[in-house]
Design a protein around this ligand. Structure first.
Ligand code: AHR
Length: 471
């Protein structure tokens, strides 16, 4: 028996814009975790590896994914990382315990390899500094190593390692998830805020052109959510450009609709973070507006996590290698819709992670590389979303979820003045009924001569529609 479609309508107008699509919304993340780096992006000796050990089959998929920014080297890993271990002659690099993931790190891949890999992948690097076990000096040193032209010990060291031109890394995270009690070096918000301010100020003395991201909350479900941001920004508001927000979604034990409502929860959380940042701005009588860096987001079957064997310290073990399905793909589409809808404030988005670890790309060591169902929505939306983001308010029935009344249809639209192309992303959260949407597009007579479109999306699925002028 076929189920009657749910009626919906949206009105699009080229005049009503939320903001511009920042290409940095389509970022991703490479951490020294499990097999993301080793046997993921980097596997010397693999039949598809180039002379540097970069897997070219993975590079090809990364380019097809259309990711724009890649964050590195963590994640929790960064909070115990000594960046000096990962540069210079390989045979002299120390093997270390990775306390974050209870693994052994060989350091065969480090900052120089990552930045060379970014060039090969045609992505912008986003580096995180360790504010867990280290501080101002080590952060400044890494920045000098990366960005100073030459004539100093650390910039000349980079040159001696083969990179004569500065890497010119623009984006820097001041630590990772410092609100989380699991984080190495976790500390109270005000302490972290002061450390972030001191580190950021010193880093700007080396390179005033960098952009800095302060750690916000590791999840909106943290008991300290919003109070953490307020206390941190109270200390470092003037120094930083963005505040981070992490957002993972576990489907386990939820109905598909309840799970898909997670994107609505992210929508509210972004609103709360911007409100908190703007509250600090108001208190400081500042007109500055911070961006939100959603620099870790994805589906993550966290409930499948098992604690590591306390006696084992494996090298590149298979950790968090979640296998995704079509509903997870719909969730990824919906989370991207959420980021797009906040294009006025969300400046950076990083799908966490890129390869093997909760990732759209998987590899076999010594074998093939392949894509998961979550690859397609990311690639399709990253390619289609261009120009300005239009305000879209779907009129459709809602259902009740943890975050409140959630619309059955989730939607975003972009319009590119340069090409005259209109793109629409639609997500149907209903478990059994298609959603039939009437799109009033009278403002686009060249694209929609009749002024209206009818679009139908199947239950629990996503769709991208692109309209281009006849040329
Ligand atoms: O992406 C996996 C982990 O999730 C990261 O290391 C950490 O920042 C977050 O908790």
């Amino acid at each position: 028996m076929s189920v009657e479609p749910v009626p919906a309508s949206i009105t699009l107008d080229p005049q009503f814009r939320v903001g511009t699509v920042d290409r940095r919304l389509f970022g991703s993340f490479v951490e020294h975790l499990g097999r993301c780096v080793h046997t993921g992006v980097f596997e010397p000796g693999h039949p598809a590896a180039d002379a540097r050990g970069f897997r070219t089959d993975v590079l090809e998929l990364v380019r097809r994914l259309g990711t724009t920014v890649v964050r590195y080297p963590g994640g929790n890993f960064v909070s115990g990382y000594r960046w000096e271990d990962g540069v210079g002659p390989r045979e002299q690099r120390p093997t270390r315990l990775d306390l974050a993931w209870h693994s052994t790190e060989t350091n065969a891949f480090g900052t120089d390899e990552f930045l060379a890999w970014c060039r090969a992948a045609q992505v912008e690097p986003m580096l995180a500094v360790n504010l867990g076990t280290r501080g101002v000096q080590e952060a400044v040193d890494l920045l000098e190593y990366c960005n100073h032209p030459g004539g100093t010990r650390l910039s000349d060291l980079r040159r001696a390692h083969g990179a004569s031109a500065p890497y010119d890394v623009r984006l820097w995270c001041l630590g990772n998830e410092m609100d989380g009690p699991w984080q190495i070096g976790h500390r109270p918000a005000a302490d972290y805020g002061r450390l972030a301010a001191a580190t950021g100020r010193a880093m700007r003395l080396v390179d005033p052109g960098i952009e800095l991201v302060a750690c916000g909350s590791s999840s909106p479900s943290m008991p300290t959510f919003a109070t953490w941001e307020a206390a941190v920004l109270e200390e470092c508001f003037d120094v930083v450009d963005h505040v981070s927000l992490h957002s993972y979604h576990d489907p386990s034990g939820r109905t598909p609709s309840a799970y898909l409502a997670g994107a609505h929860a992210l929508d509210l959380a972004i609103g709360s973070v911007t409100a908190t940042a703007d509250h600090v701005a108001a208190r400081l009588r500042s007109r500055k507006r911070l961006g939100v860096a959603v620099d870790e987001w994805n589906v993550w079957y966290m409930s499948r996590w098992t604690d590591p064997d306390p006696d084992a310290w494996p090298e590149a073990p298979p950790l968090l290698e979640d296998t995704y399905d079509d509903v997870d793909a719909t969730m990824v589409a919906s989370l991207l819709v959420t980021l797009l809808r906040h294009a006025d404030r969300v400046a950076i988005g990083c799908l966490a992670q890129l390869v093997n670890v909760i990732a759209p790309i998987r590899t076999d060591p010594g074998g093939r590389a392949w894509t998961q169902p979550t690859f397609a929505p990311f690639a399709r939306i990253a390619a289609a979303a261009r120009g300005g983001v239009l305000r879209v308010e779907p009129r459709v029935a809602t259902y009740e979820a943890e975050s409140g009344d959630v619309p059955l249809l989730d939607a975003a639209a972009t319009y590119d003045d340069a090409t005259g192309r209109l793109s629409l992303v639609l997500v149907n959260r209903s478990e059994d009924a298609p959603v039939r949407t009437t799109v009033d597009a009278r403002g686009f007579p060249g694209l929609v001569p009749e002024g209206r479109l009818e679009l139908e999306v199947a239950p629990l699925s996503w769709s991208v529609v692109e309209l281009a002028p006849d040329r």
